[in-house]
Write a protein that binds this ligand. Sequence first.
Ligand SMILES: [Zn+2]
Length: 324
Amino acid sequence: MIFVGQSDIISNAGATMTLYAPTMKELMLCATHAHTAIPGFNIPYLPMMEPVVQALRDTRCFGLIMVARLEWVKFAAGSLRTIYDAYQQAKDEQYTRLHLDHVPVIDEDQLAVEYDKIILEAVEMGYDSVMIDASRLPLRENIAATRHVVKIAHAANVAVEAELGAVLGHESGPLPPYEVLFETGKGFTDSEEAEIFVRETGVDWLSVAVGSVHGAISASARRAKKVEARISIDRLDAIRRKTGVPLVLHGGTGIRKECLLDAIRHGIAKINIATAIRQPYEAMMEEAPKEAEAAVYHATRTIIEDELELTNSVDLINPGTVQD
Ligand SMILES: [Zn+2]
């Protein structure tokens, strides 16, 4: 069944109000059916949150505020709780939801993480959706860990994203030359495996490796310019046909615009953006914190309006929660 944006109509002294706030699962299905996408913005520093929400509201774009584990471990997001509390202050539920991004089973330094504890905490706190990342594990182990998380989250009606294939870039070592990576398809998601993975885990959305790379996060490489990435549309089509779930593109910064728009037309319903708003903030945060926030606002607007062409997407995804 496709969610159409209205339910639970109640009558109150003659006025009719729609009080239904759609879940993230429903919002992603809306985006998929409308052939549009929901941008997710990573918040490694708490003061970046307000300008991102403001930019979403001003462009009438529906988007996600996101935090990944590495953003409270290696950056300054604080904790699951500090992000959640800041979000309660900043949120605008017509335009935003809160997503827990990458909780790895094995992290970028090859250390084991108590992933299920973190995810349970987020679900209980009220995060709208969560991501388990067991993509560094072999297929069977990825399926087992993902299924375990799906059970925890679905019990609270919270949607789960998982990753199959490896979107490279967070590791500290250098990446192979990009063209070699693309031609060989090293680490890219296999459509047959994706079909098995989605069927056996019950996951709601799948993060796929189809050509994008993550921005470097090690202290020495954080400021480096990202390589220009492309997308394998054939592979994306094959994965979409086999899985039937909304697909997610990580490493959204630095991909050619025509590739991004093509990817949205071919089933990408969520695009993660981190480097493009983090680097302008970091460039100024020490000397001029207010200007740094303004830089985040402008970078976010540029991505929405010029790169992704998602102005007014709220009309397609979450067209209003209260009507008289
Ligand atoms: Zn990612």
